[in-house]
Design a protein around this ligand. Structure first.
Ligand SMILES: Nc1ncnc2c1ncn2[C@@H]1O[C@H](COP(=O)(O)OP(=O)(O)OP(=O)(O)O)[C@@H](O)[C@H]1O
Length: 244
């Protein structure tokens, strides 16, 4: 569904994405992981057209996107930190988005709106919301228009454990609906139940892109965190670095 071909991005002298090529398909839940500053958010923003790479191409359903932005209607994005007009209420933000997208009420996905009980908070102003409630609004908006692709940047950050499980259930349901889901998270245990594929970014490149099952088999463990720790330890040994 999404093909990234040789994308490179520099900010000044800093090479943030270095000739990245990836293919991502419907029905996959892709865990995009890696250390701070390895280029995960920049990669996501390149897919969304929010960052313009210096070179490379992005194909959506086989078509190069070029300067055409229509494809973005098919992507739901949950940013790391959702920014909204602080004086607007939750209800006004949701209505504004519905107006812009012009999707009839009956065609909307209300699952997260219902399970997060946002109807009880419609009059609350965005500027007064807790971090977790802001995340719930962002999650609700990302799924509301039934996009074919969902890009979720640290979706569980700030969510309480019950809300985290509710969101994970929704992510799994949409994966089973043949959507493509891309998730970044530093909470690797959250990804264990969700991911079908793992992309590990390091210094602007995918160090590997593999099905989670293959990764677990190769490393002889059933937890993503342990698998990553084993790979990093091996890498450290190759470079002569001591790991603790
Ligand atoms: N607009 C920008 N201008 C200059 N540098 C930037 C910009 N956006 C990102 N960077 C730099 O690019 C590098 C990669 O950042 P990015 O946010 O993609 O990393 P990340 O892997 O998502 O990190 P994290 O895990 O901390 O969210 C960082 O060194 C960051 O400071």
């Amino acid at each position: 569904m999404i093909t990234i071909q040789n994308i490179s991005k520099r900010f000044g002298k800093l090479q943030v994405l270095d000739n990245v090529s990836l293919t991502l398909n419907g029905g996959q839940c892709v865990a995009l992981i890696g250390p701070n500053g390895s280029g995960k958010t920049t990669l996501i923003k390149s897919i969304l057209g929010m960052v313009m790479p210096q070179s490379g191409a992005l194909l959506f359903k086989g078509n190069p996107v070029g300067q055409q932005w229509e494809y973005r209607r098919d992507i739901g994005y949950m940013p790391q930190i959702g920014r909204y007009p602080e004086n607007m209420t939750i209800g006004q933000v949701l209505d504004m988005m519905k107006d812009i997208r012009k999707v009839p009420e009956a065609a909307l996905d209300r699952d997260l709106f219902d399970v997060f009980e946002l109807d009880k908070m419609l009059d609350k102003r965005m500027g007064t919301l807790s971090g977790g409630t802001r995340q719930k609004v962002s999650a609700c908006l990302a799924f509301m228009f039934k996009p074919e692709v969902l890009i979720l940047d640290e979706p569980t950050a700030g969510l309480d454990p019950v809300s985290t499980e509710l969101l994970k259930d929704k992510i799994l349901a949409e994966k089973n609906n043949n959507r493509l889901i891309i998730i970044t998270s530093h909470v690797l245990s959250d990804l264990d139940d969700l991911a079908t594929e793992v992309i590990y970014m390091q210094e602007g490149r995918p160090l590997f892109h593999k099905p989670l099952e293959v990764l677990k088999e190769e490393t002889g463990t059933d937890r993503l965190a342990k698998a990553i720790a084993r790979i990093m330890a091996k890498q450290g040994m190759k470079k002569g670095v001591t790991t603790v």
